[in-house]
Design a protein around this ligand. Structure first.
Ligand code: GLN
Length: 202
């Protein structure tokens, strides 16, 4: 395959531009995906942070859930940050009853799990899969992973604070998800990992 894979960024809502910048910094080409047609020709898909109920509503309106689920079943690598993680989860606690997800990631996530007092925070994380230097992670009304299925690899766990022990980054085959927003901090190692997954898969 080409050395510069074409990666779609789901552009219904959320911080699309920041993901494009991070992906391009690690050598990928990007394209915005707003319709089923936009899924053809891409080698991976990023689902940005934003607001997952709004994203779900917009995806329903655009008839995108079935094509997205079909692409996922066919093995298209997907990476979701924050709301994007919720979109990839098989199970969501505290979702609105009509909220849908693409699924494919065998996890249960809880929305807005860190409570009002700590709506957003920044913390140094250990993410051994991307190296030994701590990853400065930004959490904004973030979901947490409550439970994982047997095929899910835990990539990072909070070590400090009231939520210590919480899983915040996971991988299941070609699916990657983080509770936090690596696209906001200029550290491109998570995007680099995703692009490596895409390259290995193509
Ligand atoms: N709380 C948001 C949701 O439920 C996610 C927040 C984010 O992506 N920063 O979708």
């Amino acid at each position: 395959m080409t050395t510069s894979p074409l990666i779609g960024v789901l552009a219904l809502q959320g911080d699309v531009k920041e993901h494009e910048v991070a992906l391009e910094a690690v050598g990928a080409r990007t394209i915005r995906v707003r319709s089923a047609a936009g899924l053809s020709g891409i080698s991976g898909l990023v689902i940005p942070g934003g607001e997952s109920t709004t994203m779900s509503n917009l995806a329903i309106r655009a008839n995108l859930f079935e094509p997205l689920r079909a692409a996922s079943s066919a093995g298209l690598p997907m990476y979701g940050s924050c709301a994007g993680m919720i979109m990839l989860a098989d199970r969501v606690t505290d979702a609105r009853p009509d909220q849908q997800t693409i699924g494919g990631l065998d996890v249960t996530v809880r929305r807005n799990a860190f409570g009002r007092q700590v709506d957003s925070f920044e913390i140094d994380l250990d993410v051994p899969a991307v190296g030994t230097t701590p990853f400065k992670a930004v959490f904004i009304r973030a979901p947490l992973v409550e439970s994982t299925g047997p095929d899910v690899e835990v990539l990072s766990i909070l070590r400090r604070g009231g939520a210590a022990g919480t899983i915040v980054a996971v991988r299941q085959g070609v699916r990657l998800a983080t509770s936090f927003h690596p696209e906001l901090t200029g550290d491109t190692r998570i995007h680099d990992l995703f692009v490596q997954i895409v390259r290995q898969h193509s």
